[in-house]
Design a protein around this ligand. Structure first.
Ligand SMILES: [Zn+2]
Length: 458
């Protein structure tokens, strides 16, 4: 049995910092040997946490249906390692969730009824303390893991920024990195760095070195990997849209509806598909959680990303969220892109608009969009936040009079009507949008907003 732990900065930073001279770029991740097979992707928590602050998040979120408190924080710590954004990526105030880019995704299985054995894949608290150790992961990982958190620390479930005690989600994200096969990283700021800074909240978000690590173990996300892009429910059935489903022999994995004594997902097997759509009856033992598709292969690249699934309320329509970084204009305006408060539903396409504000006044500009994901590439002195083919909306004038008061918007109806790309704005599509406008005094004569991502609802 191997034990990996995370310790406080006061005990670890001196030694760790000397491993990486300032300014040096290095691949810093390490591995502990082995990987989790498809039969070990389940994650559960036994809620024996004694701090009230570990369970005081009582606000539900549609991306994590059915769970709050320590359960939601545990779930988030697992999906952060997932191949794709978890659903639309929202649910955490500090980051988008899910970005490992590897052939690796978890199956959330809710509450366990005990701490389990060392290979039962359960997070739980442990009475006692051990110097500066916060938590540890028991392996070997080939047949599973167990993660324990010392009750001598003040565990906080967030979900907002954690400013006192210890961020459970951050430490859980680190420990789960061990469970999937990573050792410690020499890269300061990586989630797998051996010590945390402050409350450990920054460890919630995996960094490039952590992504390189999970991709090294499980392979870079294959082009043939099944990918779920949307899920819709009707009473008793679920329809899953995506790509790379097999014609026959698919499996659909659900979260168990009650406390899960085995960790095994509820599976519907022998499922046929069109390749891009699966419809199955929801088993009576399946509850709120997530849904995955395994096609008829058996390797890491044959299991899809996990998608939020709520049999009780149908697939919720969400407004989406901003991401990426805007470019400061020549007069120090910081453009911002967001929604108008509506929901991106095709049933009412004039009620939703993507709005850009804080632009230069009285100049021409336009928003552009793509449907193949986020980007973060240098562009005209700023950042291009949209991946793939870019589709331009019609030019508009920012108007305004006071400094930084330029703004314009585009409704969902305008997007679907657009000659270029409008046909891609269909239910289930993920749209990434950004705004470009003229800024003559700027060295590139161009202003850029940050990005906005939303999923189109029926
Ligand atoms: Zn560790």
């Amino acid at each position: 049995m191997k034990i990996q732990h995370i310790i406080l900065p006061s005990l670890a930073l001196g030694a760790a910092a000397s491993l990486l001279p300032f300014g040096e770029k290095a691949e810093g991740f390490t591995t502990i040997g082995g990987s989790l097979s498809l039969s070990q992707r389940d994650v559960r928590v036994f809620d024996n946490f004694t701090d009230a602050s570990a369970n005081n998040n009582t606000t539900a979120h549609p991306q994590f249906p059915g769970y709050t408190g320590i359960e939601m924080a545990t779930w988030k710590s697992g999906v952060e390692w997932g191949a794709e954004l978890h659903g639309d990526g929202t649910g955490d105030t500090l980051q988008t969730l899910g970005s490992g880019g590897a052939n690796f995704d978890i199956s959330w299985q809710g509450n366990a009824t005990g701490i389990g054995g060392t290979n039962d894949n359960i997070h739980s608290e442990l009475v006692g303390s051990s110097g500066g150790v916060l938590a540890f992961t028991e392996t070997p990982i080939a047949d599973g893991w167990r993660i324990r958190y010392y009750d001598s620390w003040s565990w906080q479930d967030g979900p907002a920024n954690v400013t006192s005690g210890i961020c459970y989600q951050g430490v859980a994200t680190h420990e789960y990195g061990h469970a999937l096969g990573l050792g410690h990283s020499t890269v300061s700021g990586a989630t797998m760095f051996p010590s945390i800074s402050g409350t450990g909240v920054s460890a919630r978000s995996i960094e490039a070195d952590d992504q390189a690590g999970v991709q090294f173990i499980y392979g870079v996300k294959a082009g043939t990997k099944p990918r779920i892009t949307s899920v819709t429910t009707a009473p008793g059935t679920v329809t899953i849209n995506g790509v790379n489903f097999s014609a026959t022999g698919n499996e659909v994995w659900f979260t168990q509806i009650t406390n899960n004594t085995t960790g095994n997902p509820v599976k519907v097997t022998g499922v046929t598909s069109s390749g891009t759509q699966i419809t199955v009856n929801v088993p009576a033992t399946a509850g709120p959680g997530d849904v995955l598709v395994r096609n008829n292969g058996t390797g890491n690249a044959n299991l899809s990303n996990a998608w939020p699934f709520n049999p009780n309320s149908g697939s919720p329509c969400l407004p989406g969220a901003p991401y990426c970084t805007a470019k400061l204009t020549s007069t120090a305006c910081l453009p911002a892109i967001n929604n108008n408060g509506g929901l991106p539903s095709l049933a009412n396409p004039n009620a939703f608009a993507v709005v850009t504000t804080f632009m230069e006044v009285g100049v021409n500009g336009l928003s552009f969009f793509g449907t193949t994901g986020q980007n973060s590439a240098p562009f005209n002195g700023g950042t291009l936040c949209v991946a793939g083919t870019l589709h331009r909306m019609p030019v508009k004038n920012t108007g305004g009079a006071a400094a930084c008061s330029g703004s314009f918007n585009y409704t969902l109806a305008e997007m679907t009507a657009q000659a270029s790309g409008g046909a891609l704005v269909v239910a289930g599509a993920t749209v990434n949008m950004q705004t470009w406008f003229r800024d003559p005094p700027d060295p590139f004569t161009v202003g850029l907003s940050n990005g906005y991502q939303f999923q189109v609802c029926p």
